[in-house]
Design a protein around this ligand. Structure first.
Ligand SMILES: Nc1nc(=O)c2c([nH]1)NC[C@@H]1CN(c3ccc(C(=O)N[C@@H](CCC(=O)O)C(=O)O)cc3)C=[N+]21
Length: 306
């Protein structure tokens, strides 16, 4: 792609290191809460024994305990009824030791996911995806928001800001309209404190390459392996790979995670958030941030500026 001067290599947006910095800050906030007699507690609800989900949930507990939080792990059998899952939600909503929690997704197909997620107390919604919290995000463009924000979009923004990347006035092209990332990404980026301009693209978009080539920043969250190719990226652009496709690696025969961004993009982009090692660890750090902030609000210690 780059001729003559030799290939450039993008600066890595290191999600692992940035998440570690956030966790160091959270450790102090947790200690301050404990000094006031409040130990922030995170809970997870896992229905069924999917090995991938068990791994993710295990990571969340390990990291939460490492920063001094309480962590409460609930596991229900895969054939649990809607009523059984809802009873656990009610129990967590009433539990004063639990300041925030998640229901690990995806849930088994026989369960009504929306009804379960809507039953979560919005003040304890660690994912920031409850309709009430998403509604507040839509409505409040100007001021601080006193409710949890969606973790992965917040992680994307924190990853850029903590690498001194100025988002104000930048054109961000988001690929994918899923609620957890794409749809809520635009809501966060266009708030007045960030002031980016956003194009939201999806499977119905005509000429994806045209849109991608205009972008100062690309957030790729479509779940389509190597969708973003080097020829679609403006030289120097920041590219954040949030997509996950699991496939067998033809060389090793083992399952491997492929991102939405082709490896050659590293030779064109100015900044690259790889996958793994990029936004994934940030999601977990912001999940814990949401719970610490929920505990601070419940203890009258709120310091959130988001
Ligand atoms: N209610 C709910 N909330 C979630 O936030 C949620 C969920 N359900 N279901 C599944 C997805 C997936 N997810 C990830 C979190 C961390 C990494 C992560 O840290 N990944 C490491 C690699 C981890 C490893 O594989 O060792 C990385 O990208 O470097 C990835 C994916 C959260 N999710």
């Amino acid at each position: 792609m780059v001729s003559g001067a030799g290939a450039m290599t993008a600066q890595t947006l290191d999600g692992k290191a940035t998440a570690a910095a956030i966790k160091a800050e959270l450790t102090e906030r947790v200690a301050a809460l404990k000094a006031k007699g409040v130990t922030p507690g995170i809970a997870t609800v896992l229905v069924g024994a999917d090995p991938g989900s068990q791994l993710y949930v295990g990571m969340k507990h390990k990291q939460s305990q490492a920063i001094g939080m309480n962590s409460i792990q609930h596991e229900l059998p895969a054939d649990s009824t809607q009523e059984q899952v809802e009873a656990l939600i009610d129990q967590l909503n009433a539990d004063p030791e639990c300041h925030g929690y998640i229901v690990q997704l995806p849930l088994p197909k026989h369960l009504d996911t929306d009804r379960i997620l809507e039953r979560i107390d919005p003040a304890k919604d660690a994912d920031g995806l409850h309709p009430i919290n998403l509604g507040r995000l839509v409505l409040n463009v100007n001021g601080p928001i006193e409710t949890p924000l969606p973790c992965t979009p917040r992680g994307v923004i924190e990853l850029l800001l903590r690498h001194d990347y100025e988002l104000k006035g930048k054109h961000v092209v988001v690929v994918g309209r899923g609620v957890t990332i794409g749809r809520s990404m635009g809501l966060l980026l266009t708030r007045r404190q960030i002031n980016a301009t956003v194009t939201l693209t999806h499977t119905g978009t005509e000429d994806m390459g045209y849109h991608l080539r205009q972008a100062d920043v690309i957030v790729a969250a479509a779940g389509v392996k190597h969708l973003v190719r080097a020829e679609d990226v403006k030289p120097g652009a920041a590219v954040l790979d949030v997509g996950v496709t699991r496939e067998e690696d033809p060389e090793t025969g083992k399952q491997k995670v492929y991102g939405d961004v082709h490896p050659d993009v590293a030779e064109v982009a100015g900044f690259l958030s790889p996958n793994p090692g990029g936004v994934g660890p940030m999601t977990v750090a912001l999940l814990m941030t949401n719970v610490v902030e929920a505990a601070e609000r419940q203890a009258g210690l709120a310091t959130q500026d988001g």
